[in-house]
Design a protein around this ligand. Structure first.
Ligand SMILES: Nc1ncnc2c1ncn2[C@@H]1O[C@H](COP(=O)(O)OP(=O)(O)OP(=O)(O)O)[C@@H](O)[C@H]1O
Length: 353
């Protein structure tokens, strides 16, 4: 889709495992494998999956904090792999990250005001008055009093520190924020405040969000679309309401069934999630989920299922539930799987069923 803010094509990251000198065939951790999707302005794409499925590696690849083994990340049509150092620096203004533990990502020696204005001062000189105005404005935007500008992170609660992390991310007026487990360390009531803050800010500014989480309740609250990852691959990419009403991939179904959500309709989902996630160094052949899947057939052990677009706007990689007449789909066609036009920015989704 030409108006995508972010387009990811067949992104792959293998981490070599140190195996000593002169060793050929160094084993690798297959952290992210052939991942494709788009994100549009004003959209929230949630990335969900068990620990170790590659969520944080994906975030680091999108920020170009690490280089991919193969595949492309296009931001507003520009391949970020081709950017020179100064271009990359300018581009980084457009994408910002909010981390799980704001305390370790906030400089403890700086006041809140200095933390907020520092990213801007890396690009332009600010007068004392401009600094004050910027800090006041951003603190207000994230629901904090301007008096907090003189406080240090150590004098703040977890929720206040996360608000500060968001204010810092907003300072450069990015078009995309990647939030990596941004509310996981917070109490449930504070989580809700931060999620609502992000949704309000999105409505106000049209910012896009990639929200990485292992918590389905959080994903259901904030997402427009959801990418479910298993062992480095996206196994289901779906509008949120469709995903939670009727998960198609057996892994998605099992994840939702296992989540502690008091919804009697969901108790009927019968696929249990048993066993451990296999090693990404030596993943199972075919569909990596097949050793844990009650529906697995011979084909699942032999062939990696492609992500097959379905009529309701989702895409599913499952030989049983989404058999692929379309095994030849090109990465660029897959990357173009986008937000249905019925989705409104800011947390409301008018689901296309
Ligand atoms: N620098 C690295 N070198 C080698 N392996 C790595 C490196 N970083 C991550 N991995 C491995 O890559 C896989 C994916 O890790 P990643 O942190 O991306 O997953 P995750 O879904 O974010 O997990 P979590 O939710 O626990 O943070 C894991 O098996 C992890 O051990």
């Amino acid at each position: 889709m030409s108006d995508a803010l972010l387009k990811v094509e067949s992104l792959t990251k293998h981490y070599p495992i140190e195996a000593g000198w002169f060793k050929t065939n160094v084993p690798v951790v297959r952290a992210v494998e052939d991942v494709s999707f788009t994100v549009q302005a004003g959209e929230t794409l949630c990335v969900v999956g068990e620990s170790g499925c590659g969520k944080s590696t994906l975030a680091r690849l999108l920020m170009r904090l690490i280089d991919p083994t193969s595949g492309r990340v296009l931001v507003e049509g520009t391949d970020i792999a081709g950017l020179r150092k100064n271009e990359l620096r300018a581009w980084r203004r457009r994408m910002q990250m909010v981390f799980q533990d704001p305390y370790s990502s906030l400089n403890p020696r700086l006041t809140a005001g200095q933390i907020i204005t520092e990213p801007v001062e890396n690009f332009e000189c600010l007068s004392r008055r401009q600094r004050q105005e910027l800090a006041t404005d951003l603190l207000r935007k994230v629901g904090m009093s301007p008096e907090m500008a003189s406080r240090y992170p150590s004098e703040m609660s977890g929720g206040q520190r996360q608000r500060l992390g968001i204010a810092r991310a907003l300072a450069l007026k990015p078009s995309l924020i990647i939030a990596d487990e941004a509310v996981s360390a917070l109490d449930v009531s504070v989580q809700a405040q931060i999620l609502n803050l992000l949704m309000d800010l999105q409505q106000e500014t049209g910012i896009a969000l990639i929200f990485i989480s292992h918590d389905l309740a959080v994903v259901e609250h904030i997402g427009h679309r959801v990418a479910v990852m298993y062992l480095g691959r996206i196994v289901e990419l779906s509008p949120r309401d469709a995903l939670f009403a009727k998960p198609v991939h057996p892994y998605t179904e099992a994840l939702i069934a296992a989540a502690p959500v008091p919804d009697p309709a969901r108790a009927r989902l019968e696929v249990p999630l048993e066993g451990e996630v296999p090693s990404p160094v030596n993943p199972p052949s075919g569909c990596a989920f097949h050793p844990r899947c009650p529906l697995a057939v011979d084909r699942c052990r032999a062939e990696v299922p492609p992500l097959v677009p379905m009529p309701d706007g989702r895409a599913v990689a499952c030989h049983v539930r989404a058999p692929a007449a379309a095994a030849h789909i090109s990465p660029s066609a897959l990357a173009s799987l986008a937000l249905p036009k019925t989705v409104q920015p800011g947390g409301t989704i008018l689901a296309r069923r």
